[in-house]
Write a protein that binds this ligand. Structure first.
Ligand code: PGA
Length: 242
């Protein structure tokens, strides 16, 4: 389903859906597994989830989270790491148990990367898979850090970042050359295995690539285009903002 509504509408709707699902699982003493994204797109969603926690007593005690990706070479506490991003924007502000949080490490020795990535996949499976996956899109067409050429069968692994992705991150890192060249990302298969997906694209800069992803052919050149095949997704779009 593609929905052209305001960004505010989308954010409230996604947050309410997550909140209702968390509460429903609490009633039955079950957990909920969320797949989480970073970047500017999901920040208002995390703000709304924090508001639901602080003002409406939504508890995250039965929630597990798996983040999509992390830059290789960054310590967890690096200001631009996705560990820091998640702590600042969500985890430090809600009551999720720390042991329920999973974010790929950017600090794995090359020799152990493969085992580490397989372990990440296994942990997701052991918890019953991702119930709700939150996604943005990069101007390269990536979801997570699955850059052009990523196969639909790919699982969590180390990848080389596209130049567009590194250029878009350059200002955060004080220059293109400071942006890490590689990352660990959940794979396409991992993402597409999520039970439900909320995809968000806000602002004019995302219009062209989103159109190619959802109105063009399904191709590894635009990894997000594979979302066309997912049967429980909501495409939340608002291009009329900057
Ligand atoms: P953005 O990044 O939300 O900062 O635009 C999205 C992405 O690269 O997936």
């Amino acid at each position: 389903m593609i929905e052209f509504k305001s960004k505010e509408f989308h954010i409230k709707r996604i947050a309410n859906c997550i909140s209702e699902e968390i509460k429903l699982r609490q009633k039955f003493d079950q957990h909920l597994v969320l797949g989480l994204a970073t970047g500017s797109t999901p920040i208002p969603l995390y703000d709304e989830l924090v508001r639901l926690h602080t003002e409406e007593n939504l508890s995250f005690r039965n929630v597990y989270t798996f983040n999509l990706d992390e830059y290789c070479g960054l310590e967890d506490n690096h200001p631009e790491s996705y560990h820091t991003f998640m702590n600042v924007n969500l985890f430090d502000k809600v009551d999720i148990p720390r042991e329920n949080i999973f974010i790929p490490s950017g600090q794995i020795e090359p020799l152990f990367e493969r085992d580490y990535c397989e372990g990440y996949e296994q942990t997701i499976k052991d918890l019953g898979g991702i119930d709700i996956q939150i996604l943005g899109i990069g101007r390269s067409g990536h979801i997570g850090f699955n850059e052009p050429g990523s196969s639909v069968d790919s699982i969590t692994r180390k990848v080389k970042l596209h130049d567009i992705t590194r250029r878009d991150a350059a200002s955060d890192f004080g220059g293109f050359d400071n942006v890490p060249t590689h990352a660990i990302t959940m794979g396409m298969k991992t993402i597409l295995s999520a039970n439900r997906i909320f995809f968000m694209a806000f602002g004019e800069a995302k219009q062209e690539i989103t159109k190619r992803a959802f109105c063009g052919e399904i191709t590894d050149d635009i990894p997000a285009s594979h979302l066309q095949k997912h049967n429980k997704k909501t495409i939340c779009i608002d291009f009329n903002i900057n």
